[in-house]
Design a protein around this ligand. Structure first.
Ligand SMILES: Cc1cc2nc3c(=O)[nH]c(=O)nc-3n(C[C@H](O)[C@H](O)[C@H](O)COP(=O)(O)OP(=O)(O)OC[C@H]3O[C@@H](n4cnc5c(N)ncnc54)[C@H](O)[C@@H]3O)c2cc1C
Length: 381
């Protein structure tokens, strides 16, 4: 029987493999693709969907069509367990799927843990489709009354969400009171100049920013957030942008993981314990060099995963993943401007946003090969 390649999760690191699946099926390999959704959503343009700069169809890839049109089988479901000895995975649908070679790109989620109540008013910023649902709710709410909208988390995602909530609420019949709870320091890992420009940009638009030890959220309840200093911030909706944690299936299956729970891989993006298991994106931890959880690395891993999955099937030599040097970050500030930085270089203004928009749209064009732009917005079909 022909060898079986199993692709689990259709995240940013798997897009080249998906685009070139015909290279695998053309050689006679059986390929199965597993994803909980027919689409994968590009996070870099997610805040722009929240504000309405982009429509949903502009930021997603129809991964089911990508797979099926290239001769692969597509299974809708979520991997919940891996059996590396028996070379199979278990899906939440109860189905078991065998593999000869498997690759995981199952991403990460927002760890709400003990901090937040489970409530429709509390919105994790991943999965990215949550941002579209939030946009519809805020638009509807602001037609009827004023809203208090809070963003918890002062990293790049939190800043972009606060800035794009401002855009969404700007010029509506009612007022939005927007608060960013930035934790110890807003954009604490960015150059000071980038941080200052972000604070200035948000401040000028009336976004209230709280940061420092006392402004840390202790408990996020349905209608209010209790801070470390004893104060409470009321909200109608609270976005949770607290940083991400890799999907839990690896630790749960007894595979070696990094300290963050990501699948521990070597420089070939291969499990340090099981040579038939590969992975990329936010769900892995690179041994000796854990990487930031940013899409940039997932994108850089694309050609390596393509090459190494083929090499593993063919019995040829794999190539090493080189994470490369520092990476460019550009924030979409929601008012037509961006803040860009790389190392200590900082630049902001309209051109910075246009550059981000150009890079993002170019990335989308490369992998939107299944008629996505003519689909209606909304849930997956
Ligand atoms: C609001 C926001 C904005 C961001 N902007 C940027 C940016 O501009 N630039 C940047 O570099 N980074 C950005 N990031 C970080 C970026 O989101 C992540 O680094 C990136 O999404 C990682 O890609 P991924 O494909 O590994 O994971 P994900 O994007 O999380 O994709 C994982 C995929 O796997 C699927 N999946 C999940 N669990 C399972 C399972 N058990 N079985 C099967 N499939 C599964 C999911 O449905 C999803 O399609 C942003 C993050 C957020 C939250």
């Amino acid at each position: 029987m022909a060898k079986q390649l199993l692709i689990v999760g259709c995240g940013h690191a798997h897009l080249t493999v998906l685009l070139r699946l015909a290279d695998f099926t053309g050689k006679g390999y059986r390929v199965t693709v597993v994803s909980p959704d027919s689409h994968h959503y590009y996070s870099g343009m997610g805040p722009g969907v929240l504000s309405g700069i982009y429509q949903v169809r502009q930021i997603r890839f129809h991964v089911r069509k990508m797979a099926e049109q290239r001769g692969a089988a597509f299974l809708e479901g979520r991997a919940v367990r891996i059996d590396p000895g028996g070379k199979s995975i278990l899906l939440d649908t109860g189905r078991e799927v065998d593999y000869d070679i498997v690759s995981f790109n199952t991403g990460s989620g927002i760890p709400l843990d003990a901090l937040a109540a489970s409530s429709e008013r509390i919105i994790p910023v991943k999965p990215i489709l949550n941002l579209y649902a939030a946009r519809l709710r805020i638009e509807e709410g602001l037609r009827e009354r004023d809203l208090k909208l809070t963003v918890v988390g002062g990293g790049p995602a939190g800043v972009e969400i606060a800035a794009n909530v401002w855009r969404l609420a700007h010029g509506t019949p009612h007022r939005a009171e927007i608060t960013l709870l930035g934790g110890s320091k807003v954009l604490g890992k960015a150059p000071e100049q980038a941080r200052n420009r972000a604070l200035l940009s948000l401040g000028k638009r009336g976004v209230r920013v709280l940061e420092g030890k006392d402004a840390r959220a202790l408990q996020v309840a349905e209608r209010e957030i209790l801070l470390q200093n004893g104060n409470a911030v009321l909200h109608d909706l609270a976005f949770m942008a607290l940083g991400v944690k890799p999907s839990a299936i690896f630790a749960g299956s007894g595979l070696p993981t990094g300290s963050d729970g990501g699948l521990l891989v070597d420089s070939f993006l291969r499990s340090t314990a099981h040579p038939a298991i590969f992975g990329g994106g936010d769900c892995i931890s690179l041994a000796g060099n854990p990487l930031d959880k940013v899409g940039v690395y997932a994108v850089r891993q694309n050609p390596v995963l393509y090459h190494n999955l083929m090499a593993a099937l063919e019995g040829s030599e794999p190539v090493r993943f080189d994470p490369g040097g520092s990476y460019l970050q550009i924030l979409n500030m929601g008012n037509g401007t961006g803040i860009l930085w790389k190392n200590s270089f900082v630049w902001d203004g309209r051109a910075a946003f246009l550059l981000k928009d150009f890079i993002d749209r170019r990335f989308m064009r490369k992998f939107q090969v299944s008629g996505e732009l003519s689909e209606p917005d909304g849930e997956s079909s």
